[in-house]
Design a protein around this ligand. Structure first.
Ligand SMILES: O=C(O)c1cc(=O)[nH]c(=O)n1[C@@H]1O[C@H](COP(=O)(O)O)[C@@H](O)[C@H]1O
Length: 182
């Protein structure tokens, strides 16, 4: 899987789609990225009155709908940041056949309890990513500097615990039908 920047236009991403399709692989197109300033470009209003990322979502949906396969999902996925759940809800509706790669959980401020909207009604359609929140779980947000002296075993345990906790939290919202899809 590769992540491709579609803001170069279709001659920037179509070659990746063609190669992925030919080789039975997949790709993710950046759509609404998790960083704080993503609105500066991706939320711009176009001449037709549409917001850029919403227009991109419609364009990508035309491709995804034409290539949907197992579970009604296409090999053409999109990146939608965990830090923007209210945008994700709108994008999920526009892009029912695209798997979301969802970065931004943890250190960037994305919260597990807000992730329900990224999944479809069967709890499918999203791959949640947390990197530093897991690999550096033993030192992030630690006020005292004692973590510098922790053993390899303690470090491994912290990473394992953070992984299990994240998985549990994600599955709770993923399969909880009472979760607010708002
Ligand atoms: O690489 C990406 O596609 C990506 C897109 C996006 O919108 N936000 C984002 O954080 N990423 C990447 O996802 C990872 C997030 O890492 P953590 O913030 O440590 O969980 C980093 O490698 C980022 O470069």
């Amino acid at each position: 899987m590769v992540t491709v920047n579609p803001f170069l236009g279709s001659d920037g991403y179509n070659p990746f789609i063609e190669v992925a399709q030919k080789n039975n692989k997949g790709l993710f197109l950046l759509l609404k990225t998790s960083n704080p300033s993503s609105f500066e470009i991706q939320d711009l209003k176009l001449q037709n009155g549409e917001i850029l990322y919403m227009q991109m979502a419609q364009d990508i949906n035309a491709l995804a709908a034409a290539t949907k396969g197992e579970n009604n999902y296409s090999f053409i996925g999109t990146v939608v940041g965990a830090t923007y759940p209210s945008d994700a809800k709108k994008i999920r509706e526009l892009l029912p056949h695209s798997i979301f790669l969802v970065p931004g959980l943890g250190v960037q401020g994305g919260r597990a309890e807000d992730l329900a909207v990224f999944f479809d009604e069967k709890g499918l359609g999203a791959v949640i990513s947390s990197s530093r929140g897991i690999t550096y779980s033993y030192c992030f947000n630690k006020k005292d500097e004692n973590w510098r002296n922790i053993s390899k075993e303690q470090m491994s345990k912290s990473i394992a615990d953070a992984t299990i906790t994240a998985k549990k939290q994600i599955n709770e919202v993923r399969f909880n039908t009472n979760s607010l899809k708002c």
